[in-house]
Design a protein around this ligand. Structure first.
Ligand SMILES: O=P(O)(O)OC[C@H]1O[C@H](O[C@H]2O[C@H](CO)[C@@H](O)[C@H](O)[C@H]2O)[C@H](O)[C@@H](O)[C@@H]1O
Length: 264
C-alpha cells in the first residue's frame, strides 16, 4: 500500500461507520460494478485455510447478482484462482487472485505471474523451517506463500522475522503482506487496488462505479481505489477505525443477507 493509500493511524477517535445503502446496485445495475473479497467477507473465517464453508445459496446468489449487473461482479482475493473456482462451482466469475498478482477477466483471459525457480526453493525452505513452529500452517499458493500462525501464536514474531529474511533474499520483486493471523510473501507489482482498476478498464466493468467490500488490511488498496473513483468502500467490521472504507457491514452473514436482498 502506498502512503496515500494508508488508513489514518493518528490519535483521532475512530468515526463510527454506517451500514451502506447498496440498493443502487439493484436500482441502477448498469452504473455499478461489485468487487468482493472472499475470506472474512463473503465467508466466515475458519480455523484453517481449507476449513471454510460455502453457504448453500451463496454461489447462486452471486451468479444472479452478476447477471443483474451485466457480468460486472468480480472476486478479489488473496487465494489463488485455482482454489477459488471450485468453491463457487458450477459458476465461474472474473477473479483477481493472490492479492491481484493473477487475474481472469470477464472474457476468461488469464494473466498469471511467472514463478522463478528461486521462489520454488524458498517455499521448500519455509516448509522445512515451519517444523520449528508447532501449529503453524504453510500454504503454498503458487506465486505466493503464506504462513498462518492462528494455532502457533507463540511463534508469531519468529515467523514474521523468518519471512522478512526470506523477503530480503528474494529481492524487490516480492513483498510481505500481513493479514489475519497470517504473513505472506507475494509478487510486489500487484495489489487489489490495481486489480480493480484493471477490471474497470475492460468490459463489462468499464464506465461503472465500483463498490468494493473487504475485511482486511490487504483490502485497503481496493477501498482507496473505490474512494478515488467515486465508488463505495465497505469494510466488514469496523477495522478498529483504521480503515479507508467509508461504510461498514457487521459480519459476513449480514453481507450475505444484504446481497440476497439485492437480487430481483
Ligand atoms: O483476500 P481474502 O479472500 O480475504 O483472502 C485472504 C487470506 O484468506 C485465507 O486466510 C484467512 O482465512 C482463513 C480461513 O478462514 C483463516 O484460517 C486465516 O486465519 C485467514 O488469514 C487464506 O488462507 C489466505 O491464503 C488468503 O490470503
Amino acid at each position: 500500500m502506498s502512503s496515500q493509500e494508508q488508513p489514518d493511524q493518528g490519535e483521532a477517535e475512530p468515526r463510527p461507520l454506517k451500514e451502506p445503502a447498496l440498493t443502487a446496485l439493484s436500482l441502477y445495475p448498469r452504473d455499478w460494478a461489485l468487487f468482493l473479497d472472499i475470506d472474512g467477507t463473503l465467508l466466515d473465517l475458519a480455523e484453517r485455510p481449507e476449513a471454510i464453508v460455502i453457504p448453500d445459496h451463496l454461489p447462486a446468489t452471486l451468479h444472479a447478482l452478476s447477471r443483474q449487473l451485466g457480468g460486472a461482479l468480480a472476486l478479489v482475493t488473496g487465494r489463488s484462482i485455482e482454489f477459488v473456482d471450485p468453491l463457487f462451482a458450477p459458476f465461474r466469475f472474473p477473479v483477481a487472485g493472490l492479492h491481484g498478482a493473477e487475474r481472469r477477466d470477464a472474457a476468461g483471459r488469464l494473466r498469471r505471474t511467472h514463478i522463478p525457480p528461486a521462489f520454488q526453493q524458498m517455499k521448500q525452505t519455509i516448509a522445512r523451517e515451519a517444523h520449528a513452529w508447532p501449529g503453524a500452517i504453510v500454504e503454498d499458493k503458487g506465486a505466493a506463500v503464506a504462513v498462518h500462525f492462528r494455532h502457533a501464536p507463540g511463534s508469531e514474531a519468529e515467523i514474521a522475522a523468518a519471512m522478512q529474511r526470506h523477503l530480503e533474499d528474494a529481492g524487490p520483486d516480492w513483498s510481505l503482506q500481513h493479514g489475519k493471523m497470517v504473513v505472506e510473501i507475494c509478487p510486489a507489482h500487484a495489489s487489489k487496488g490495481h486489480a480493480i482498476e484493471a477490471f474497470l478498464g475492460e468490459a463489462p466493468f468499464e464506465g461503472r462505479r465500483p463498490v468494493t467490500i473487504g475485511d482486511d488490511v490487504t483490502d485497503e488498496t481496493m477501498f482507496a481505489a473505490a474512494n478515488r473513483l467515486g465508488g463505495q468502500s465497505v469494510r466488514i467490521g469496523d477495522g478498529n477505525g483504521k480503515t479507508l472504507a467509508r461504510a461498514s457491514i457487521g459480519s459476513p452473514a449480514r453481507l450475505r443477507d444484504v446481497l440476497g436482498t439485492l437480487v430481483k
